[in-house]
Design a protein around this ligand. Structure first.
Ligand code: FAD
Length: 385
C-alpha cells in the first residue's frame, strides 16, 4: 500500500527497525486486537515487547539506540496504526505526549531522571491537558490551577479524556499558575494524595486505549516536578506540534489497515460470477483509497523532513494533521463500502479502523482547530474567538 515507495526515504538501519516492528505487530498484536477492542481492554502484555523494540526510547537523544529521522518515527506510528490505532495512540501518549513534554519542557536533570525509565516502560506516562469544560480552547480556557506554596505547588481541578491514565505511573498535568496566569506543566505521580483517575466507559472509537477522567484535590507537587522550561502555553504547543505530525502518520496507517483488508476481501468475495474486485466500481473505491493514502504519505514525509531541517512550524503540522485525517476518514468509509454488510463486523478487518478514525479525526486538535491554526498563518488573522 506504499504505492510510490516512500519507505525508500528511510536509511537501511531505520528500515531494519521498521521491519522488526512490523513483524512483531503482525505476529503478536494483529491476532488479538479485535478481541481486546470488543472488550474495551488494553493488552498490557504488549508494553514490554514494544519497549524492547526501542519504540519509546528511539525518539529521544538521551535514550535512542541509533540516530534516527522524524520520517522514521512517523513510519513507526504508521506501522502501529496499520495494525491498531489504539496501540498507536498508547505509544503516542507515552513516547510523544508524556516523554515529549519532559524532553521539550523539562530541564536536563528532569530528562535524565525520567526518560530512561520511560524508555524501558518502567514508568508509564500520560498527558493531561483537556478538561471537562475546556477542549479546543485549552490555550485560554484551562480551569485547573497551580498555586505556589514554598517549595511545593498545590494543584486543583479536573481533566478529561486522558489516555493511559487508568494505569499510568505519572501524568503531565497542565495547570494555570494562580500568580501569573500562565499554563505550566507538572509531573504528577499517580500515588500523590488527592489524585484520582476513573476509566471513561462505553467509547465506540479507539476502544483499546484507556482514557480517564482525572480529579486533582489539593495535590502537592514539589518544584522539582514542575517542568522547568514550561513557562506558558507556547511550551505546551511545542509538544503538540511534534505529536500532531505523528498523528497524521498514524492516520495514514489507520487508512492503510482498512485498505489492505478491503483489497484482500474484494479479491475473494464473488458476486455476479466474478470476484468483486473485478467490478469497475469496486476498483474505483480501492483506487480512491490508495490515492488518498499515497498523497497523504507525501504530505507526512515532507512535514517530518521539515522538522529535521528545522523549518517545521505549528501551521505545517496542523495542515498535515487536518488533511491526513480528512483523507483517512473518507478512505475508511470507502473501504467499508467495498465490503458491503461485512464491512461493519470486526472479523473482516475494516470496521475497527472505521470506528477508530473518528477519535483520530478529533483528538490532538479537531479539524476546525487545525484549520484555524493554518488560517491564522496564511491570513495573519486569528479567528478562534
Ligand atoms: P470541543 O472543544 O467541545 O469542540 C466540539 C466541536 O466544536 C468540535 O467540532 C470543534 O472543532 C468545534 N469548535 C470548538 N471551537 C470552535 C471554534 N472556535 N471554531 C469552530 N469550531 C469550533 N486530551 C488530553 O489532554 N490528553 C489525552 O491523552 C487525550 N486523549 C484523547 C483520546 C481520545 C480518544 C479523545 C476522543 C480525546 C482525547 N483528548 C485528550 C482530548 C482531545 O484532544 C479533545 O477531545 C479535542 O481537543 C477536542 O476537544 P473537545 O472534545 O472538548 O471538543
Amino acid at each position: 500500500s506504499d504505492f510510490f515507495g516512500y519507505e525508500d526515504s528511510l536509511t537501511d538501519r531505520e528500515k531494519q527497525s521498521v521491519l522488526e516492528i512490523r513483524d512483531y505487530l503482525e505476529r503478536e498484536v494483529k491476532p488479538i486486537v479485535d478481541d481486546y477492542w470488543a472488550r474495551a481492554e488494553f493488552p498490557t502484555q504488549v508494553i514490554q515487547p514494544l519497549a524492547d523494540l526501542k519504540i519509546f526510547a528511539n525518539p529521544w537523544k538521551e535514550t535512542q539506540e541509533f540516530e534516527n529521522s522524524a520520517v522514521f518515527r512517523g513510519w513507526v506510528a504508521l506501522e502501529l496504526a496499520r495494525i491498531d490505532a489504539s496501540i498507536a495512540t498508547f505509544v503516542g501518549v507515552q513516547n510523544g505526549l508524556a516523554m515529549g513534554s519532559i524532553s521539550v519542557a523539562g530541564d536536563q536533570a528532569q530528562r535524565d531522571e525520567w526518560l530512561p525509565k520511560m524508555a524501558t516502560a518502567q514508568v508509564i506516562g500520560a498527558f493531561g491537558l483537556t478538561e471537562p469544560l475546556s477542549g479546543s480552547d485549552s490555550a485560554q480556557g484551562l480551569r485547573t490551577t497551580a498555586t505556589r506554596d514554598g517549595d511545593e505547588w498545590v494543584l486543583n481541578g479536573s481533566k478529561r479524556w486522558i489516555g493511559n491514565a487508568t494505569f499510568s505511573d505519572i501524568t503531565i498535568i497542565w495547570a494555570k499558575d494562580t500568580a501569573d496566569g500562565q499554563v505550566k506543566g507538572f509531573i504528577v505521580d499517580a500515588t500523590d494524595p488527592g489524585y484520582s483517575a476513573t476509566k471513561i466507559e462505553d467509547k465506540q472509537s479507539l476502544r483499546i486505549v484507556q482514557n480517564a477522567d482525572i480529579v486533582l484535590t489539593d495535590v502537592r507537587v514539589p518544584e522539582s516536578r514542575r517542568l522547568q522550561n514550561s513557562n506558558s502555553f507556547r511550551d505546551t504547543a511545542k509538544v503538540l506540534r511534534l505529536t500532531r505530525a505523528e498523528v497524521a502518520w498514524a492516520a495514514v496507517g489507520n487508512a492503510m489497515g482498512a485498505y489492505e483488508a478491503a483489497l484482500k476481501y474484494t479479491g475473494e468475495r464473488v458476486q455476479f460470477g466474478k470476484t468483486i474486485s473485478s467490478h469497475q466500481l469496486v476498483q474505483d473505491l480501492l483506487v480512491r483509497s490508495l490515492g488518498n493514502i499515497t498523497s497523504s504519505l507525501g504530505l507526512v514525509t515532507k512535514v517530518s523532513q521539515m522538522l529535521d531541517a528545522g523549518t517545521q512550524k505549528d501551521e505545517h503540522a496542523a495542515l498535515a494533521k487536518t488533511v491526513a485525517t480528512v483523507r483517512m476518514r473518507e478512505s475508511v468509509g470507502w473501504c467499508r463500502e467495498a465490503l458491503g454488510g461485512n464491512g461493519i463486523v470486526l472479523q473482516h478487518g475494516v470496521a475497527r479502523h472505521m470506528a477508530d478514525a473518528e477519535a483520530i479525526y478529533s483528538y490532538e486538535g479537531t479539524r476546525e482547530m487545525n484549520t484555524l491554526i493554518v488560517g491564522r498563518a496564511i491570513t495573519g488573522k486569528a479567528a478562534f474567538v
